[in-house]
Design a binder for this molecule. Structure first.
Ligand code: BGC
Length: 761
């Protein structure tokens, strides 16, 4: 049997720092000093102010933005020349084409290009799963799907394509990636995260940042990354967006901070602050986290931007500031460098209050200078002072087939097979298939929010030529062999998603005529507050539709199209196969066809623990006490599917787990190798996962923790060897005093079904 050694590439590919945070470029710093010496306080304050594009548009008598949108020259002049605004963000309410972007960009950059302002504006956009605010851009799976690929090299290519297409739109700052840990499945933004594990999030996050910012600095095809949302935003206790989180210091350090620290080390240039509160402190006034941890301890030299209206929310939401003046002072002094105000006339009030605060010395000039220096530094590194950026014509690969194939590959590697009873998959291409379910025939369900519009639910903007599940299956099988009956409709009922059954008779008749039913269930597109829900359970009407499908006696392939893992316990048993599609993007349906008919092998694995019960959230790394049974067959740790779980069409066997030493000292590296054999007749990609358990410690240890992974391509019948290296640093935990320590003792390694132990001396 052929055998080949694959060294884990993961750590090598990403092991460079794009911008050494401790080494500032003296030339850039000198230019900043010179420029700042000519700037007034008002000009400096302007640099710290970010407004939305809508604040500049012409409006009618009722203050509605005119359609088509156009910039009001007087508003632009006032914002740029009078207030010296430093940044603009977003589209209006919908996506623009390249031509419109070029027009907008040439207008907003004109004041600097014409010498009317001393510094250019920096334009920011949420291009979070591809350039989702530019017509014709390449739309990838949302981050949760990208995480399910467990493939940092692919994540880097996602970053590269997105950066290229964002630059083609004339924009050089991307509010991405989200590095928040996905540990609250109720949260409406779960799909924007890279899953529940700090190591997986860190590795995938670094790869995306490297793709965005480039390996050797920001060139004309790169964008400035923005780490979001520092920190703890993703774990609201109530599950509802922007509500408080409780995160003890130990878990903040072990779980929530590592992905941001890794991103800073990778050279990420900007950060956006958590709009919620942690332990009673709004993210925007958390001096310890923003100034001490991020800037001082980690040496972050870029700038921190607030989230939407968050200086104002300190007064009218969090109630830690009696008025906007106090809000501005507390956030700016905590270390937030730029305020996303974002409206007109609020931005004027912001600038005026900032100037007053500096005059009154409640914000020091030193602090203002620090913020402005950080902002100008990022603008210089990003090439914004070099006039004349952005020409769509210079970006011939925008929306190209080449880019689409990378998006398709990402969808193929992310979609996860959760059940395949009696090998009902792959389907034969001669089968007669009924495509059904509320998410089966509209692109909005495959893409989710942040697609052409904020909530992504407006069908008018769907990408031309991209296919729904129904269309992709019809293309494969021909309309005579691909029947369609939706069976249920997903819609918004007073702001909450709801499902109603439709045309049940038609559904039954067509089911009877088919060999198999592909039933697409899932969620209505949404994010942030509009995405708040009351329960993680899938809507009863969708369960009912699944039961109706099962009652036909035909095999059912359940396809979940969802951003959150909705509880589906009651319909798991009846399904022949279950496929988790996440939000796979514009090429998700093509990928589903290739996987379901076996033209491609499944290789995605869950980046989170899939809950079985509403209200009980469990994570794979839980301490033993979580899994302590009460007896009578009551399994305490009982998720629907485990983190890291996913099937394929290949049987893979792990063997020969070997450790370079069984007695490790804190100075040693431990080399771990394992052989992985593909026992099937199909090529496969196996995600080899390395877990370590500390068996006894002075604080309750995790049951196990992910310490390495490698996605290995294994040809049919072949064996590959995977190698991991860990050091004593990987065995550390945060003790009761808040320090990272390692303790001597016995540790267990697990890879696949294999276990081995070693001692740390
Ligand atoms: C979101 C951010 C986003 C910003 C700008 C906020 O409401 O929380 O993630 O980057 O809006 O669109």
């Amino acid at each position: 049997m052929p055998k080949r050694n694959t060294i884990t590439t993961l750590f090598i590919v990403l092991n460079f720092l794009v911008f050494a945070q401790d080494k500032l470029d003296p030339v850039i710093e000198g230019r900043i000093t010179e420029l700042m010496s000519t700037m007034t306080v008002q000009e400096k304050v302007g640099q710290t102010c970010q407004i939305t594009l809508d604040a500049l548009f012409v409006r009618d008598e009722e203050e509605k933005v005119l359609d088509p949108e156009r910039i009001d020259p007087a508003k632009l002049k006032e914002a740029m020349s009078t207030y010296g605004i430093g940044s603009i963000l977003n589209v209006s309410w919908h996506t623009f084409d390249l031509e419109m972007w070029e027009k907008v960009m040439s207008e907003v950059h004109a004041p600097f290009n014409n010498g009317e302002t001393k510094a250019p504006i920096i334009y920011g956009i949420d291009a979070i799963h591809g350039v989702n605010y530019t017509v014709g851009g390449t739309l990838f799976p949302q981050e949760i799907g990208l995480a399910a690929t467990w493939n940092p090299a692919l994540a880097m290519r996602f970053g590269e394509v997105t950066a290229y297409e964002t630059r083609a739109s004339g924009i050089c700052w991307n509010f991405s990636p989200v590095l928040d840990l996905g540990r609250q499945p109720l949260w409406s933004r779960n799909f924007e995260t890279l899953g529940e594990d700090p190591f997986l999030v860190s590795e995938m996050g670094k790869a995306i940042i490297c793709g965005y910012q480039g390996k050797d600095g920001i060139g004309s095809e790169h964008v400035i990354a923005c780490m979001k949302h520092f920190v703890g935003y993703s774990n609201p206790l109530t599950g509802r967006d922007r509500t408080p989180a409780w995160i003890p210091d130990k878990y903040m350090k072990e779980l929530y901070l590592p992905s941001f620290k890794a991103a800073v080390e990778e050279g990420a240039l900007t950060v956006m602050i958590n709009s919620g509160a942690v332990n009673g402190i709004p993210g925007h006034i958390n001096y310890d986290l923003i100034t001490k941890t991020l800037k001082e301890d980690w040496g972050f030299q870029g700038f921190a931007v607030s989230d939407w209206e968050d200086f104002i929310f300190l007064n009218n939401v969090h109630q830690t500031a009696e008025d906007n003046y106090q809000g501005i002072i507390s956030a700016f002094n905590a270390g937030v460098d730029m305020s996303m105000v974002p409206y007109n006339p609020q931005y004027k009030e912001y600038c005026e209050l900032m100037i007053k605060a500096v005059d009154n010395k409640v914000i020091s000039e030193e602090r203002l200078n620090d913020a402005v220096r950080r902002i100008l530094r990022v603008k210089m590194i990003g090439g914004l002072f070099d006039k004349g950026m952005n020409q769509a014509k210079k970006y011939p690969d925008f929306g190209s087939e080449k880019f689409k194939s990378i998006a398709l590959e990402s969808a193929l590697e992310s979609i996860t097979l959760l059940k395949n009873e009696k090998d009902i998959l792959p389907l034969s291409s001669s089968s007669k298939v009924l495509i059904a379910g509320p998410t089966s025939d509209n692109l909005i369900f495959l893409n989710g929010a942040w697609t052409h519009t904020w909530q992504g639910a407006n069908t008018d903007f769907n990408t031309e030529g991209a296919k729904t599940v129904r269309e992709a299956f019809t293309e494969k099988l021909g309309s005579e062999n691909c029947l369609f009956a939706k069976g249920a409709e997903l819609y918004l009922d007073e702001g909450f998603e709801a499902t109603k059954l439709v045309d049940q008779e038609d559904f039954k008749v067509k089911a009877d005529k088919s060999d198999v039913i592909v039933l697409c269930l899932g969620e209505y597109p949404s994010t942030e507050k509009p995405g708040d829900i009351r329960s993680l359970n899938l809507d009863p009407a969708q369960l009912e539709l699944a039961e109706a499908a099962y009652s036909t006696g035909k095999p059912v392939v359940l396809v979940m199209v969802e951003g959150r893992p909705r509880v589906i316990r009651e319909i798991v048993e009846g399904a022949g196969a279950i496929v988790q599609a996440y939000l796979p993007g514009d090429y998700g349906a093509d990928a589903l066809v290739e996987l379901i008919f076996g033209e491609e092998n499944f290789s995605g694995k869950l980046p989170y623990t899939y809950p079985k019960y509403d209200g009980i959230f469990e994570f794979y790394d839980h301490p033993k006490s979580v899994a302590r049974s009460k007896g009578n067959d009551f399994e305490a740790y009982d998720p629907q599917w485990d983190f890291g779980f996913g099937l394929s069409y290949s049987e893979v066997e792990y063997s020969n787990l070997r450790l370079s030493t069984k007695n490790m000292t804190t100075a040693d590296s431990l080399v771990i190798e394992v052989d992985v054999t593909n026992k099937s007749e199909r090529d496969t990609k196996e995600i080899v996962q390395l877990y370590v358990s500390d068996l006894f410690a002075s604080m309750i240890p995790n049951g196990k923790s992910l310490k390495g992974f490698d996605k290995v391509e294994i040809k049919a019948g072949n064996t590959e060897t995977t190698r991991f290296v860990i050091t004593a640093d990987d065995l550390k935990f945060v003790d009761a005093s808040g320090n990272w320590i390692s303790e001597a003792g016995t540790f267990e390694i697990s890879i696949g079904n294999l276990l081995s132990k070693f001692e740390l001396k």
